[in-house]
Structures are given as structure tokens and as C-alpha cells.
Write a protein of this length. Structure first.
Lengths: 531, 330
């Protein structure tokens, strides 16, 4: 475990992307099989362990140590797994900071795979006794399925590719045809066998992504404009097999989400790869699609009921055609791919698939007006795509732009604060804020933990510490005197907060030291922003 | 018990001796445990401390008037018998032992139990009232073996010959200890030091602590520092001074590095968990060893240590002394 836990530590502390890639590459070259394959699975989110729930970890530590000291430690450290890893007491007089080298990563994974839910805490405890603090931390993160070390699955695969001189996009292409611990990948990487052939399987192609528009305008002779739809960007990959299992749906991150939208996958029987936006039928967005909130109800589900599918019927609004049959169209300019996509629509069921409309505007100023009008129609914004651009992976400058609508804002009063996570664990950086009811009461409408600069954070932290009126465990209630200007993308009805409202992507835009709390916004006012 | 020892927010007052221990305000008569700024200061009338502490105070705070007390030597002030014994924290650090009216009080100041090549080790002294610090008073704080942390430092250095390792370390104590530990591990290359460390390193050398070849880092061309260790106060890690160094790996030698997010907050890439304070096990073991009737906790994570004392049948109280503990130091 030592090699793996040192890799994780390195990834946490090393700031530069190249530094992280170098660490991953070195590990992939030096660690033995199958450890390195399991490590790769863990780093790319392909380890389906979840042997233990976080609550079981809490139980485990309280049985071994004074629960009051544990709570004090946890409040100080801010992270459950780290707290437990640090204060884990070793039996007898064994030094707690020594890894005795007896546990390999693959042995740990085998154990966690085979252990029952009931027996897991004990098995975990026994393994903890062989490790040092780093190793214990890694073990807990593996066991709870929460391995977050500041790298994306893409970065992990890129590091692995770098280790053996492979092309990162090439690795991405074959990825979904492979299974942990990726023996065929390492065989190919180390020259012992040919590249695994994903052909015949519905494998993932890299997405083309957009930059936020920063220039004042672009020339519409060079760029086509489409509406930006607020759903989930997906890739439909069909192999043309009629017997089901021939179509996969991938999210932007390359996750296979077919299981959550079976009706969409089943409605596509073609041999092609398309790029589009997954949406729920409705009227909220421009009278053509339901809000993102509706789609959210369908996300992450392993099995979908008929009622779910009826209440939130999904469809795909198509943006691009990447591959049609044996023709790879990605090298063609957008205009030609668009023409092919328009023709392709005839093969698709209009119940589940439609075509994203191109916005007709004579010039950029006219487009700006059209976009401004879209606020009432709850549309996320506009996409600008170079007409002559091929479909290329990632975010290449000046090819695709996103021009999102300006966020909504509200002036809210800070009510509660909590210590942040990660780098922020010594600051009170998580704020709950509210607006006024007619009876002069403040009700929470949202929580935010971003949007402020480091300087502002220090100020806010001091404010919280100096204006605490009450404490509930790690939560501090503050004097209701500070107004925060909160920016958010949209607001909807929700049971999450007492006000009955919840904001989408709230962030602190400004600290309004100049505004008296009594002049902050009302819940009624916010309700008018819900559509 | 012990009405002759009075805790106040600004320090501990020994009434029959009419003297304060580590007062944070200027006082006529001060008994000082060691030279860190949250225990020692200028402006006192007369100071009693070890000769090393007095030299440090003269250097840092302009202290002119003091009586040097040797380790183990007994002095009497107003009928109180006073002895200074090593605390093992930094050069010259002492616990102050006070005997009066049949009672013994030990004030630890700051202390640690790990061996340190720059100062004498902590001597446990049984007593009635044990007045202790609690800087690392949470069970999450268990310092790893110093040697293994030093090995990690040297490993990072050797793995990156074109870079330097910039180690943030407190100017009094930690920096000199890290240098000596490096020498003990066979690292005899010149070590570059930030200007803020120069006078304290010279003082240590005057007191016989051999630190090998030290060079001021200011004005040295970056390429000369490739493959070298550079020591600086913790604040220098993120400030403009460090930008002149050749692609530095930012390291920090402190007990606080035990918590990942503290390291990340300071932009530390190589956390070295090396502390000049006792860790949780050492704090609790020392209380057991000293077996006091009563324990007073001066500063740090008082609540947790207090709780431990209660659950282990040690009478204890937290003193809530103000102005202790700069988080740089640890």
C-alpha cells in the first residue's frame, strides 16, 4: 500500500499538472501488476467498492477511541477519513506511524471486494493496523469510494499514457472496452501485445468543448449560432445491432449513463456517433424542454421505473454527427457535418430526437438582442461555432464559444457558517444565507462556499469568529447583520431549505458592507424569479 | 491549594517571589522559560533565564538586564526555591521548578520529548502542580519519526538535481535543528539561509552548536543553488523572496503539517512533520510520568487535554492565557 499511498499524497500536494502526470507515470512504470491496474481503476473512478459507509467508519473509530476526543479532532481536521487515519490507535505498543509492508494494494482490494457489509468494519480495522497514517487515509478513501485527490479520470489516463509513450486520446478510445485491473492495457503499453481493438464495441470518442466568450463580438460570417440548452451533454454511440446492447450513452466525462436512460438508448438503432443535449420534455426552456431540475431527477439512477420515465420523459437535442456508418466525419468542417446531420434526422424517431436550431441573425448585435430576450425564456445562452472547424477533441481556442446569460443576483443575509473542506478547513468559508419573510423572519435560501477572493475570505472568516451568537457542533450562528450579494444561475422550488426555494450554483459575488441587513431581499421577491 | 501561584491572562504570577513567569506584558521581575516571542519579550525590569535564553532575548528584544541561571542551579526569590531544568524545546529552553510551603510546581513552558541535537532533553520532574502546554493536544497529532521525515527531505532533494528544496522553518530552534539533522545524515553541502535566520544561526554557533557550512541566500545566483537546501522563515515560502530561487520545491518543517489541508493552504508540496512540541502521546505520557495532583494547561488545544485528564482521574484546569502561540511555530 505504501507505493500507492505515497502516490496519493504526492497528487494531493503537487500543484503543477506536469508534476502530477510525472508522479502517475512513475507509479505506472514501477508498481507491480495487478496493483497498478487497481490504482488506475481507483484514480479513474472505475473501482466499484463501497464496502463501507461513512457511518460505519464513525462507528469503527468510536469503538476504538474516546468518542469525545474523536469529535473534537474531527471538528479540527474537518475531514472524517483524515481524522480517523490520523488518530487511529495501534494495538499494543506498535508504532502508529509505520507501514509494516505486509499489505499490497491488490490484497486490500480483494479483501474489500469479498467482505460482507456486516464484516467490513472489522476487516477494515484489521487492515488499518498494518499501515501508517498515509496508508490508512488511502484505505479509508478506497473503502468508501471517495477517492478525491484533485485529479480527473482524464488526467490519470493521460499520466498512464505518458508512462509508456502512448497517445492519451488513443487510450481514451480503447478505454471502455477494458476492465480493471487493465491487464490488456499494460500488455499493449509495454509492447507485449497489440492495441486492444474496441471496434465492434460502442466506445467513447472525445468531446469537442467550448471556451467562454471573452471578446466583444465575433463575425457571424465565420461563426454559426445555436441556443445553449441546459441539460446534460451526451454522446450517442450506436453499433447498429438490433438486439439491444448496441447503443451506449456517454456523459462528457466519458461515464456510461445508458442505464439511466434506457428509453433513449433503445430508440436509437443506427450505426453512428452523435453529440447532443439530453433533456426532459417540457416547456420551461423556451417552451421546448423542461428545466435542468427535472433532468436531475433522472441522473445517477442504476434502474429506472416506468413511472420515472413517464414523469420525466427524456429526449436528445442533437448538435453534431461525428461518425455515420463507416464514415468518420470529424475532419469535415462544421457546415458539412451539419448538412449530414440534418439529412440523418430522417432516420430518427421524432419522439426522442430532434435537431438543435441554428439562430438566424444578420449580425452580432442582432444576435445579442435575441440572446437578451432569452432571459424570459429561461435559456442558458448561446453557442458560437466556427463554420469551417472540424470536430476536434477538447477545448481549442477560437473554435467553439459559449455565451452564457448573466447570472441572477440577490442580496441575502448571512445566517450560519461552517468550516470549509480541503484547503479551507481552517476557515469559516461555507455560508448559509437567507431572505426576509413578511413577518420579519429570515429563512435560509441557499448555501455558498465560493465566489470570494482570498482576501475576502479572511475578512469573512474574521467576521464569523467575531460575530458568533450560537454554536451547534461545527456550525456557528452569526449576528444577522451582514449582507452578501449572491449570484446564481436560476432558482426553483425545493424542500431543501425552509424558504421552499433552492438556488442553482449560488456563489458570493460581493460582500455588501454598505447595505443594512433590513434592506436585503425578500423571499417573495425571490419566488418571482422561479419559473 | 497553592495560593502562592496565580494564573492571570497575561502570565503566571508567583506572589511570594513577586515575579511573573513568561509574562506577555512588561513586568519588573520576569522568569522566562525560553526565547520565543509568545513567552519572552523586551521591556521587563529584570529577567531570570538560562544564559542561552538571555542571549537570545538580547538579540531579539534588546534585553539588557538579566541573571543567568544554570540548569539545575537553585536560586531563591522571596522564600521560593527556583530551579531551571531542560525542556528540550529549543536552545536554552527550560522548565521552571518552584518549591514553596511544601508544594512543588513545575511550569514546562514549551517542551518536547524527542531528541534534538541542538539542546538538552526534557527532564521529567515529579511535582504537585504540573503547568503544561498543549499545543498539539489532540490525538490526531502523533509526530512520525524525525529520521524518516529527514530522509524524505533528502530523497526529494536528490530526485530533483535541477531544483532546490526551500524549507520553511521557524527562525529560532526549528531551522537550526533541521540543519543539524541534515549534517547528522551526511549532508555536508553548503546550506543556504534567508537573512532572517543569519543572526540566530550565528548565536547557536557561538554556543557551540556546529552547523557546518552556511551561506546567506541573498545575492547568490539561482544556478548556484540548484540541488541545494535553502532554509527560510515560513512566511518566505509564498512571498517574492522565493521567486529568485531555482524552481524551488516548497517544504515546511512543522507539526501542523500532519493535517493535509494545512499543508495545502500554505502551498506546501513537501510537508515535513517535525515539531518542537510534544505530541498527544507525549503530552499524556508526560503527565503520567510526572504524576501531579493537579494539572494546569496554559495554552493550545486545552479542551481535549482537559477531557483526557478528567477521564484518567487527573484533576485539571485550563488557564486561558492570552497571546500564546503563533501558528507559525510548531
Amino acid at each position: 500500500m505504501r507505493q500507492f499511498s505515497q502516490l496519493l499524497d504526492g497528487l494531493v500536494y503537487t500543484r503543477s499538472r506536469n508534476g502530477k502526470l510525472a508522479l502517475i507515470a512513475a507509479y505506472m512504470r514501477e508498481a507491480p501488476d495487478p496493483d497498478r491496474g487497481w490504482a488506475l481503476a481507483a484514480l479513474t473512478g472505475n473501482l466499484d467498492l463501497k464496502a463501507v459507509k461513512a457511518s460505519a467508519i464513525g462507528q469503527m473509530i468510536r469503538a476504538r477511541t474516546d468518542p469525545v476526543l474523536f469529535e473534537m479532532s474531527r471538528d479540527y481536521v474537518g475531514d472524517l477519513a483524515e481524522t480517523v487515519a490520523l488518530l487511529w490507535p495501534r494495538p499494543g505498543n506498535e508504532p502508529a506511524e509505520l507501514d509494516d509492508g505486509s499489505l499490497s494494494l491488490s490484497a486490500v482490494i480483494d479483501r474489500l471486494h469479498s467482505v460482507s457489509r456486516a464484516a467490513a468494519p472489522d476487516a477494515l480495522g484489521q487492515m488499518m493496523d498494518h499501515l501508517d497514517a498515509s496508508g490508512r487515509f488511502a484505505l479509508l478513501k478506497l473503502a468508501t469510494g471517495g477517492l478525491r485527490v484533485g485529479i480527473s479520470a482524464r488526467l490519470a489516463k493521460t499520466g498512464c499514457a505518458q508512462a509508456f509513450g502512448l497517445d492519451a486520446d488513443d487510450v481514451e478510445q480503447v478505454w471502455h472496452a477494458l476492465a480493471p485491473p487493465y491487464a490488456t492495457l499494460f500488455d499493449w503499453a509495454e509492447g507485449r501485445s497489440a492495441r486492444p481493438d474496441p471496434e465492434g464495441t460502442p466506445y467513447f470518442r472525445p468531446f469537442m468543448l467550448a471556451h467562454p466568450l471573452e471578446a466583444d463580438s465575433v463575425d457571424l460570417a465565420d461563426y454559426a449560432a445555436e441556443w445553449k440548452w441546459d441539460g446534460i451533454r451526451i454522446q450517442i454511440v450506436g453499433t447498429g445491432q438490433k438486439n439491444g446492447g448496441g447503443t451506449r450513452l456517454y456523459s462528457r466525462a466519458g461515464d456510461d449513463i445508458t442505464g439511466s436512460f434506457p428509453e433513449v438508448a433503445q430508440a436509437f438503432t443506427g450505426h453512428a456517433v452523435l453529440d447532443g443535449e439530453l433533456l426532459v420534455k417540457g416547456e420551461f426552456q423556451g417552451g421546448e424542454a423542461a428545466s435542468f431540475n427535472a433532468l436531475q431527477q433522472r441522473l445517477g439512477r442504476k434502474a429506472v421505473s416506468a413511472k420515472m420515465m413517464a414523469d420525466y420523459p427524456a429526449f436528445v437535442r442533437l448538435y453534431d454527427l461525428l461518425i455515420e456508418g463507416d464514415d468518420d466525419l470529424r475532419a469535415l468542417p462544421w457546415t458539412q457535418r451539419r448538412a449530414r446531420l440534418e439529412a440523418y434526422m430522417a432516420q430518427l424517431s421524432p419522439d426522442r430526437f430532434d435537431l438543435s436550431a441554428v439562430i438566424d441573425a444578420p449580425d452580432f448585435a442582432a444576435l445579442a438582442d435575441i440572446r437578451a430576450g432569452a432571459r424570459d425564456a429561461a435559456i442558458e445562452g448561446v453557442m458560437l461555432k466556427r463554420r469551417d472547424s472540424p470536430y476536434v477533441a477538447g477545448r481549442k481556442a477560437a473554435l467553439w464559444y459559449k455565451w452564457k446569460r448573466d447570472p441572477l443576483t440577490a442580496d441575502c443575509v448571512m445566517m450560519y457558517a461552517q468550516r470549509g473542506h480541503g484547503k479551507r478547513s481552517s476557515f469559516y468559508s461555507d455560508y448559509t444565507f437567507g431572505c426576509w419573510t413578511e413577518d420579519g423572519e429570515l429563512l435560509p435560501v441557499g448555501k455558498a462556499y465560493s465566489g470570494f477572493t482570498d482576501e475576502e475570505l479572511k475578512w469573512l472568516d474574521r467576521f464569523v469568529r467575531g460575530n458568533t451568537v450560537n454554536r451547534f457542533g461545527p456550525v456557528r450562528e452569526v449576528e444577522k447583520t451582514l449582507v452578501l450579494e449572491v449570484a446564481f444561475d436560476s432558482i426553483h422550488d425545493s424542500k431543501r431549505h425552509k424558504s421552499g426555494l433552492a438556488m442553482r450554483f449560488p456563489r458570493i459575488a460581493r460582500i455588501r458592507k454598505d447595505k443594512p441587513a433590513a434592506e436585503a431581499d425578500t423571499v417573495e421577491g425571490l419566488k418571482r424569479l422561479v419559473s | 491549594m497553592a495560593h502562592w501561584i496565580e494564573p492571570h491572562p497575561t502570565g503566571i504570577y508567583v506572589r511570594p517571589a513577586d515575579a511573573w513567569i513568561d509574562p506577555s506584558q512588561p513586568q519588573e521581575r520576569a522568569l522566562v522559560t525560553h526565547g520565543h516571542a509568545d513567552h519572552a519579550r523586551g521591556g521587563h525590569g529584570h529577567v531570570w533565564a538560562t544564559r542561552e535564553t538571555l542571549a537570545i532575548m538580547a538579540l531579539r528584544y534588546g534585553t539588557a538586564s538579566g541573571t543567568a541561571v544554570g540548569y539545575g542551579e537553585e536560586i531563591r526569590l522571596g522564600g521560593v526555591a527556583i530551579r531551571y531544568v531542560p525542556a528540550g524545546h529549543v536552545l536554552g529552553s527550560a522548565q521552571i521548578i518552584l518549591d514553596h510551603a511544601g508544594e512543588r510546581v513545575v511550569v514546562t513552558g514549551d517542551y518536547k520529548r524527542r531528541p534534538d541535537p541542538t539542546c538538552l532533553p526534557f527532564e521529567p520532574v515529579p511535582c504537585d502542580i504540573f503547568v503544561t502546554e498543549a499545543t498539539f493536544g489532540l490525538p490526531v497529532f502523533r509526530h512520525p519519526d524525525t529520521g524518516s521525515e529527514m530522509d524524505r527531505l533528502l530523497h526529494a532533494l536528490h530526485a530533483n538535481p535541477d531544483r532546490c528544496v526551500l524549507v520553511g522553518a521557524y527562525a529560532l530552534g526549528k531551522a537550526q535543528r533541521v540543519i543539524c539533522e541534515l549534517r547528522a545524515r551526511g549532508h555536508h553541502d553548503p546550506i543556504y539561509i534567508h537573512g532572517a535566520l543569519e543572526r540566530m544561526c550565528a548565536l547557536y554557533q557561538d554556543f557551540g552548536v556546529d552547523m557546518g557550512k552556511l551561506r546567506g541566500a541573498t545575492g547568490v545566483p539561482a544556478k548556484d543553488m540548484r540541488g541545494a537546501i535553502v532554509l527560510a522563515p515560513p512566511s518566505a515560502l509564498n512571498d517574492r523572496w522565493s521567486r529568485r530561487l531555482p524552481d524551488p520545491i516548497a517544504a515546511m518543517a512543522s507539526g501542523w503539517m500532519r493535517v493535509r489541508q494545512r499543508a495545502r493552504q500554505r502551498n506546501v508540496e513537501l510537508p515535513l512533520v517535525i515539531s518542537d512540541h510534544a505530541d498527544w502521546d507525549e503530552l499524556t505520557d508526560t503527565i503520567r510520568e510526572v504524576a501531579p495532583s493537579e494539572t494546569w494547561i496554559t495554552h493550545g488545544r486545552e479542551e481535549a487535554l482537559l477531557h483526557w485528564c478528567m477521564t484518567h482521574q487527573y484533576r485539571a484546569r485550563a488557564l486561558a492565557l492570552v497571546g500564546r502561540e503563533d501558528e507559525e511555530e510548531g
